[in-house]
Design a protein around this ligand. Structure first.
Ligand code: ADP
Length: 447
């Protein structure tokens, strides 16, 4: 009312000027209502303001120029006010839409997280829990309340093993780390935890998402399978060893009869029995590796001398393929001689198996830094780059039409990789399809 009085005073005193106070005071009201209630609220305030101005003009009985100026100014101001209300109300609507869209997005994300068949923990950059799902509660057997500080809780708190902590500190995802958790109900479970950092547009790590899956059942099945393989290979080995002894004793007798056909048949039986023995030994080794029971009997020996021994042992059994030791340096290692022989035998027999008869196989022993390095190179069928890592996996075989024709179970390279790894060395391959292969492995030299 006071504002309206000032307005009237100014119009009557000087019809062309209008109180700044009246303009800005009413403008503030219009801005306030436009922002609070959007365009409808703003427009309603403007309309009321205009009606109010007209009421005052009418109640003061203006005439002539005073009346014309009053009406004109009110109309101009009214238009301006509508425009301002439209802009501010529109802005308010845009902000409302944005807020709603974000809320919908959040709800959608929550629904997805809730539906996931794995446990989910989303934390902020400090490790405070900001979101979980019901599957997490099912897995852990207790609730992880929002706002809970994860670092204090096993198995996620140890700075070096916690996937969450690692993802937050390095900004890189950590994939499938295995942990054993004791649930409050006394059950012991095995879980796989993966954590991914969530980064802002500027690249700062602002949160982390961890996924927890319960693999207890799979591990139990795997344990049972390993136990079975272990038992089966033991059971196979015993009769095979006896069979070998009988074959040997029979062989020496058959020699006396000078029966060439019988001798040939016996030598085939012996060969096949040896293959069976190799398979049983391979299976046993795989199950030992799986259950962490592959023990090493380390001793100090000259690797170059062992390589030479194995080359001369295998020289006769390759298909016309000459084994050539093209480079050799003296290299002492502390390792399990039997297991390292196994690696060498596997690489050399593979080189012979996967390359045509008559092609030479070249072996080299060198030193690189603190390591002895052995390479076995062939001119055979080669291996596609995409398979280079996989061939060292358990029971992995390349399944191209060409490879299918070679017998095997895909155990050799897996066992070799584990043996070399357990000695602190590395094993890898350099090869291209149809270009031959070079397999390398290293062992730490004796200090
Ligand atoms: P296996 O020879 O019994 O199949 P391995 O574990 O020794 O099992 O080898 C795994 C796979 O790697 C083989 O099936 C074969 O496809 C590939 N491979 C191994 N050595 C060679 C080689 N020298 N040349 C080409 N391919 C090879």
């Amino acid at each position: 009312m006071a504002m309206a009085e000032i307005y009237v005073y100014w119009i009557s005193g000087n019809p062309l000027s209008i109180s700044l106070f009246a303009i800005f005071g009413l403008l503030a009201l219009i801005i306030y209502f436009s922002f609070r209630s959007g365009i409808p609220g703003g427009f309603a305030t403007v309309t009321l303001t205009i009606i109010y101005y007209f009421y005052i003009i009418q109640s003061r009985n203006y005439t002539g120029d005073q009346l014309t100026n009053g009406i004109r100014t009110t109309l101009v101001l009214g238009l301006l006010y509508y425009f301002i209300a439209w802009i501010i109300g529109g802005l308010r609507q845009i902000i409302d839409n944005l807020i709603e869209r974000e809320a919908n997005e959040k709800r959608r994300l929550q629904a997805i997280v809730e539906q996931l068949p794995v446990g989910v923990i989303i934390t902020d950059s400090e490790g405070l829990v900001t979101q979980t799902n019901s599957q997490l509660r099912n897995i852990l057997g207790f609730d992880l309340p929002l706002g809970y500080r994860i670092e204090k809780e096993e198995p996620l708190h140890e700075p070096h093993s916690s996937p969450l902590f690692q993802a937050l500190s390095t900004g890189k995802p950590v994939v499938s780390k295995e942990f054993t958790i004791n649930r409050p109900d006394g059950k012991k479970i095995t879980v796989l935890i993966s954590s991914s950092p969530i980064q802002s547009l500027s690249g700062k790590t602002i949160a982390a998402a961890s996924i927890i899956s319960d693999v207890t059942a799979q591990r139990e099945i795997e344990d049972r399978k390993n136990d079975f393989i272990n038992m089966a290979s033991h059971e196979l080995k015993t009769p095979l060893t006896s069979l070998r002894l009988y074959i040997d004793s029979l062989s020496s007798r058959v020699k006396d009869f000078k029966d060439a056909r019988a001798e040939k048949t016996l030598s085939s039986i012996k060969f096949q029995t040896e293959r069976l023995q190799d398979l049983a030994t391979g299976l046993l080794d795989v199950s030992r590796i799986q259950t962490g029971k592959l023990s090493l009997n380390k001793e100090s020996f000259r690797l170059d001398e062992l390589v030479k021994e194995i080359i001369s042992d295998l020289q006769g059994s390759t298909r016309n393929q000459k084994l050539i030791l093209s480079r050799s340096v003296g290299a002492s290692v502390i390792a399990d001689k039997f297991r390292i022989s196994q690696v060498l035998t596997n690489l050399i027999t593979n080189a012979a198996k996967y390359s045509p008869p008559g092609e030479n196989i070249t072996i080299e022993i060198t030193k690189t830094g603190r390591y002895a390095q052995v390479s076995v190179s062939d001119k055979g069928i080669g291996i596609n780059k995409s398979q280079h890592k996989k061939i060292f996996d358990r029971l992995y075989q390349v399944t191209d039409a060409k490879e299918k024709t070679f017998p095997g179970l895909g155990m050799g390279l897996y066992i070799s990789k584990e043996i070399v790894k357990r000695h602190g060395g590395t094993i890898w391959v350099d090869s291209e399809k149809n270009q031959g292969s070079i397999f390398y492995f290293t062992l730490p030299l004796t200090k």
